[in-house]
Write a protein that binds this ligand. Structure first.
Ligand SMILES: NC(=O)c1ccc[n+]([C@@H]2O[C@H](COP(=O)([O-])OP(=O)(O)OC[C@H]3O[C@@H](n4cnc5c(N)ncnc54)[C@H](OP(=O)(O)O)[C@@H]3O)[C@@H](O)[C@H]2O)c1
Length: 459
């Protein structure tokens, strides 16, 4: 069974907690001791808490730690709204959270996800801007990938009429980040040139579209070769499409010997130095991600350390002499730790306006059922997504290839071994001789392997 199947098959009930088991015991006791005439104590008649499906991270690491579990429906606290989730955004950050490769993650188990859209079902005390039935998108700190989520109202944004839930999770996180990078931090103006890494992804495509709302901007976009055709087909307005892993700095210098005005780096590590060196005088370099830290399926301390060591430590004096600017941007920290929620809310409104004016057209890669989250994450990890990846709780999971029933397997094995025992010794010897005669020899080895394993070995 593949790892993704294992995760999908994990759509199971959570084991009962000790408290829940005691509650069941108590109920049993009252009923058993009752006379049948007296009504059981009201408490024993209490309805079981309603449950919902959620994508839960049970431990930091690989895809096996991502499980679809039944969790109690959340209640609404003061200042919060309860959202019935219709679509969730998958972001690269979720891969890093799964690995435990981000700063101060919560303790496992917890519900994953930072982006969802849906309808408000309840409004907590003190919330004035929202009403039941409002269509919204939210950027909660975790817990977004569930059928229901309670979110502080300050992280929730009302959807304009013509913005669907799907549009909302394709736009909100990616275009808000891209907007801040381009128009707040880079000071993008007419005629400037930009280097964009991971240009085929969610944020990458948002940067390209927003940048092209400014006249005469030149975009150098770097991404995996496998995405180039799809980006051309999608008519993504990237002026110079370059291959990840190539000597892209030399390629850029061939077109623009002085370098570029703006570098937007979400990779970190050695890309920092290359990007800084490519800056023209008055150029700006912004670090907004560290994707290079992700190597295998689980967190690598070596990659994290290497990424840190590879970055040149630049003195302000050097910046002064070279007329260059360095910045950094981290939406998660700005919103949840640095009280930037109002600033972000205003930016979200600007992005929605651009969408309504049809100045941006989000690129959707694929939509997945909650149960298929592992496959969706794997696609992003394999660098195969072109645009945004979305989870839709209303979707049916993909049918999984049938695996032989366990019981039957055991039966077959039992039967086989008892037949083997029955087989007379001389017949065994005869069979062995026959088999030896028929066995072809491949590359000097005895070809006793299955045809499949031969195929794998030769490929
Ligand atoms: N600072 C912030 O507030 C903020 C907010 C959102 C996102 N981000 C950052 O923006 C970047 C893009 O995020 P996204 O959510 O839009 O994801 P995305 O670009 O849609 O998908 C991930 C893409 O990243 C590239 N990539 C680079 N290194 C990779 C690695 N080690 N393993 C797998 N893929 C790798 C791959 O494309 P190629 O192979 O084509 O490069 C992959 O397809 C990420 O670095 C993310 O952390 C930052």
């Amino acid at each position: 069974m593949s790892e993704q199947e294992a995760v999908a098959n994990n759509a199971v009930e959570e084991p009962k907690t000790e408290k829940a088991e005691n509650a069941v015991e108590e109920t049993k006791e009252v009923k058993e001791n009752g006379t049948g005439e007296v009504e059981p104590v009201a408490e024993t008649e209490k309805e079981a808490p309603k449950e919902m499906r959620a994508v839960v991270l049970t431990g930091f690491g690989g895809l096996k730690s991502v499980k679809i579990l039944k969790k109690p429906e959340p209640s609404v606290n003061e200042g919060e709204v309860l959202i019935r989730v219709k679509a969730c955004g998958l972001n690269f950050q979720d891969l890093m959270v799964r690995q435990g490769a981000i700063d101060s993650p919560p303790k496992c188990p917890f519900i994953l996800g930072f982006e969802c859209a849906g309808e408000i079902e309840q409004v907590g005390e003190g919330v004035e801007d929202f009403a039941i039935g409002d269509q919204v998108v939210a950027l909660p700190e975790y817990r977004a990938w569930a059928e229901l989520v309670s979110v502080p109202a300050k992280y929730v944004y009302k959807l304009p009429k013509d913005v669907s839930h799907l549009d909302a999770v394709t736009i909100t996180m990616n275009y808000t980040v891209a907007y801040i990078l381009l128009f707040e931090l880079s000071g993008l103006t007419q005629g400037k040139s930009i280097l964009v890494h991971s240009v085929g992804g969610g944020v990458g495509q948002a940067i390209v579209q927003l940048a092209k709302t400014v006249p005469d901007v030149t975009i150098f976009g770097v991404c995996s070769k496998g995405k180039h055709e799809a980006l051309k087909t999608a008519e993504s307005p990237i002026d110079h499409l370059l291959e990840r892993g190539s000597d892209y700095a030399s390629e850029i210098r061939k077109v623009s010997p002085d370098g570029v005005d703006i570098v937007l780096d979400c990779l970190c590590g050695e890309e920092c130095n290359k990007g800084y060196t490519l800056l023209k005088p008055m150029g700006r370099y912004i670090l907004y991600g560290s994707s290079n830290v992700v190597t295998g399926e689980t967190k690598s301390f070596f990659s994290a350390a290497r990424s840190w060591w590879q970055v040149d430590k630049i003195s302000p004096l050097k910046l002064f002499d070279e007329n260059r600017t360095l910045s950094g941007f981290n939406l998660r920290r700005l919103m949840y730790q640095q009280h930037g929620d109002e600033y972000v809310k205003q930016t979200v409104q600007k992005v929605f306006s651009l969408f309504q004016e049809k100045k941006i057209k989000p690129l959707l890669d694929s939509t997945w059922a909650l149960e298929d989250v592992a496959e969706a994450m794997q696609k992003m990890h394999d660098r195969k997504n072109v645009g945004k990846v979305i989870l839709d709780p209303s979707l049916e999971p993909k049918p999984k290839p049938a695996t032989p029933a366990k019981g039957k397997n055991k039966e077959d094995k039992k039967k086989q071994s008892s037949e083997e025992k029955k087989e007379p010794e001389e017949k065994k010897e005869e069979n062995a001789k026959e088999e030896k005669k028929e066995e072809p020899v491949v590359n000097g080895d005895s070809a006793g392997d299955s045809p499949d394993s031969k195929k794998e070995a030769s490929s």
